[in-house]
Design a protein around this ligand. Structure first.
Ligand SMILES: NC(=O)c1ccc[n+]([C@@H]2O[C@H](COP(=O)([O-])OP(=O)(O)OC[C@H]3O[C@@H](n4cnc5c(N)ncnc54)[C@H](OP(=O)(O)O)[C@@H]3O)[C@@H](O)[C@H]2O)c1
Length: 257
């Protein structure tokens, strides 16, 4: 199979880096020259990677085309391109609907949307896709785990929760700053917190049948410090703020439909 990417930025680099490290049967990967540094790096990494400055050539020569440019320039980049009827097109652009994308594409293609995350680079990504598509599922399966949304609502909810990455590091940053204010060196603070959260994620990953609510109770001795930490956080509005943030981001995603 020949796979093309319109836009060689961070997420394309992550997907291609992951893909060339697997035995997924890809014959050729055709990349936009932009970004120059990233496309040159990927071409140097694997002989199956070819780079061109002509986006139409990518569409013409690929069985599956990923759309991976930023939303601000997406229409200008996609509209002038001619796609084949029934061609497989995978949009990674979060903020545009199927209708809008199909209008720009101007041909009835087989369009999917997906939300790969940077960890696909080391084949530990979790990628939500909609609708189901065997070919795309096989690719993302090779890059970690794939989650197939059964409805657009469900897909949009995954899109909202995928935006928790900034919040996650913001929480770490807050705890880190607090720890440093108690006199810990920044280096130790960051390492200490990283290891705590890494092991908690491992615990959850090793027990997929155990709910987060159960894990929280298991990690909270009655009357102990962990129980107090969550109680103070929740009663101070922490859980409500998180739900509100999810609702707000989900509304933005759904309003873009
Ligand atoms: N990063 C993520 O984790 C992630 C996850 C899921 C979905 N997405 C979505 O994927 C899309 C790309 O995100 P990104 O983070 O990879 O952005 P990015 O790093 O800015 O990459 C976009 C690339 O498009 C290139 N480009 C600009 N004009 C072009 C043109 N006319 N033809 C071909 N390429 C052109 C840019 O090249 P220059 O550098 O030369 O300007 C840039 O390298 C966005 O819509 C984003 O919402 C991203």
């Amino acid at each position: 199979m020949k796979i093309g990417f319109i836009g060689t930025g961070d997420i394309t680099e992550a997907i291609v880096t992951g893909l060339i490290s697997t035995d997924y049967p890809v014959r050729e990967i055709i990349l936009s020259e932009r970004n120059h540094t990233k496309s040159a790096r990927l071409a140097a990494a694997d002989s199956r990677v070819r780079v061109t400055s002509d986006n139409q050539q990518i569409v013409d020569e690929s069985d599956l085309v990923f759309l991976a440019v930023r939303p601000q320039i997406a229409e200008d980049v996609i509209r002038p391109l001619s796609f084949r009827e029934g061609q497989a097109v995978a949009s990674l652009i979060a903020t545009f609907t199927f209708e809008t994308l199909l209008d720009w594409i101007g041909t009835p293609v087989k369009l999917t949307r997906s939300i790969p995350l940077p960890a696909v680079a080391n084949r530990r990504g979790v990628t939500a896709i909609y609708p189901a598509d065997d070919q795309l599922e096989a690719i993302y399966d090779a890059l970690g785990t794939v989650v197939v949304a059964k409805s657009l609502d469900e897909f949009d909810a995954y899109a909202a929760t995928s935006a928790l990455m900034g919040l996650y590091f913001g929480v770490m940053e807050t705890a880190n700053d607090w720890l440093c204010a108690q006199g810990t060196s920044p280096q130790y603070a960051q390492s200490y917190l990283t290891k705590i959260f890494l092991e908690l994620s491992r615990t959850a990953d090793n027990a997929p049948e155990t709910s987060f609510a159960h894990l929280r109770k298991e990690h909270s001795t009655p009357g102990g410090l962990n129980q107090q930490m969550f109680e103070v956080f929740a009663t101070s509005g922490g859980t409500e703020a998180l739900t509100q943030a999810l609702d707000t981001v989900a509304k933005r995603v759904r309003d873009a439909r």
